[in-house]
Write a protein that binds this ligand. Structure first.
Ligand SMILES: Cc1cc2nc3c(=O)[nH]c(=O)nc-3n(C[C@H](O)[C@H](O)[C@H](O)COP(=O)(O)OP(=O)(O)OC[C@H]3O[C@@H](n4cnc5c(N)ncnc54)[C@H](O)[C@@H]3O)c2cc1C
Length: 288
């Protein structure tokens, strides 16, 4: 059932300071609205006061320096797709932007909203985790950086206080990896929420795998970084790797469930298959 409109009050913030004041007074932020309007349509959006941050220039744009890429929280998926540095240096983020929703969602939905909404099935978080992202969080009294790996505390619970906004996402640029792997598995290619989504990076030589980073969404209450599986691969020669052993380790790090989109068994099986595909790609590239 749709929500009752007069129970809501929406103010459009004229500046970041204005938005932060309104947050102090109990307003909730709305950016692109692509998550919140679904809640509104189904009658599940809490009634009360909202502040639109959508037109705030302080939260827009992608800034590139020698060391960092700083992505404003209001950056849309379409803007991420159009950015050459994102495409060339952070291909997992570029791929995530490409497979999120359809074109309309990509034009409206923001990366800050994707992070703050804290769905364990969201598509950018696995990519942000493997690239060691951090977040700039701002309130009327404080500004701080936190590592993205510490942001999600539990299902839909984050470090963000009610009076805080995500201002930007910071990506370190010293990110030289030979293989960037991103796969979303959903019911369709577009407009489907992930059943599983994985981002992984690898560095390797002819002799051995030097390091890997693996992060998976939709298999736990929050997106997870699979550090034990990473450790299994790191420093090993190819002949020492038994992919079935790696898959066993992986299964100790995920806690998939049955829900409307998929089953626990399917999720575990496909996540294991994707680790196999990732390893196959490493060996293929190594043999070229
Ligand atoms: C048809 C459809 C398809 C979709 N497909 C996908 C998909 O494939 N993959 C995927 O991951 N998601 C998908 N989504 C979900 C949604 O589009 C994304 O999560 C989007 O990035 C949300 O951004 P937004 O700006 O619209 O967030 P909003 O709806 O405006 O806000 C979402 C939440 O984040 C908070 N918030 C927003 N910005 C900030 C900020 N800067 N600081 C603090 N809090 C903030 C809001 O208060 C709210 O709680 C889909 C949604 C729809 C309707």
């Amino acid at each position: 059932m749709r929500a009752y409109l007069p129970k809501y009050n929406l103010t459009s913030a004229t500046s970041l300071d204005h938005a932060l004041q309104l947050l102090d007074n109990g307003n909730r932020p709305i950016a692109g609205g692509t998550d919140l309007m679904v809640l509104f349509d189904t009658g599940n959006l809490p009634e009360g006061n909202y502040v639109s941050i959508h037109s705030l220039n302080e939260l827009k744009g992608i800034c590139i320096s020698d060391e960092y890429v700083k992505i404003g929280a209001l950056t849309t998926y379409s803007e991420l797709r159009q950015n050459e540095v994102i495409r060339d240096e952070f291909p997992c983020i570029y791929e995530a932007a490409k497979v999120t929703g359809g074109i309309a969602i990509q034009n409206r939905g923001t990366i800050g909203g994707n992070i703050a909404n804290a769905s364990p099935a969201a598509d950018t978080p696995p990519a942000l985790l493997v690239y060691n992202a951090s977040l700039k969080i701002i309130s009327s009294t404080d500004e701080k950086n936190i590592e993205y790996k510490n942001f999600h505390k539990d299902y839909k619970q984050t470090q963000l206080a009610a009076n805080e906004l995500i201002k930007e996402i910071i990506l370190p640029r010293q990110n030289k990896h030979k293989l960037h792997y991103y796969r979303k598995v959903g019911t369709r290619k577009a407009q489907a929420i992930s059943k599983i989504c994985i981002a992984a990076l690898a560095n390797f030589t002819k002799e051995k795998i030097e390091n890997v980073k693996i992060s998976v969404a939709s298999v736990a209450p929050t997106v997870v970084r699979c550090t034990k599986t990473e450790d299994y691969f790191c420093g090993k020669q190819y002949s020492q790797i038994d992919i079935h052993e790696a898959q066993q380790v992986l299964q100790t790090e995920i806690s998939a469930i049955d829900d409307i989109r998929s089953t626990k068994n399917y999720r575990v099986r496909v996540t294991c298959n994707l680790i196999q595909e990732f390893f196959d790609l490493i060996t293929e590239e190594n043999n070229e």
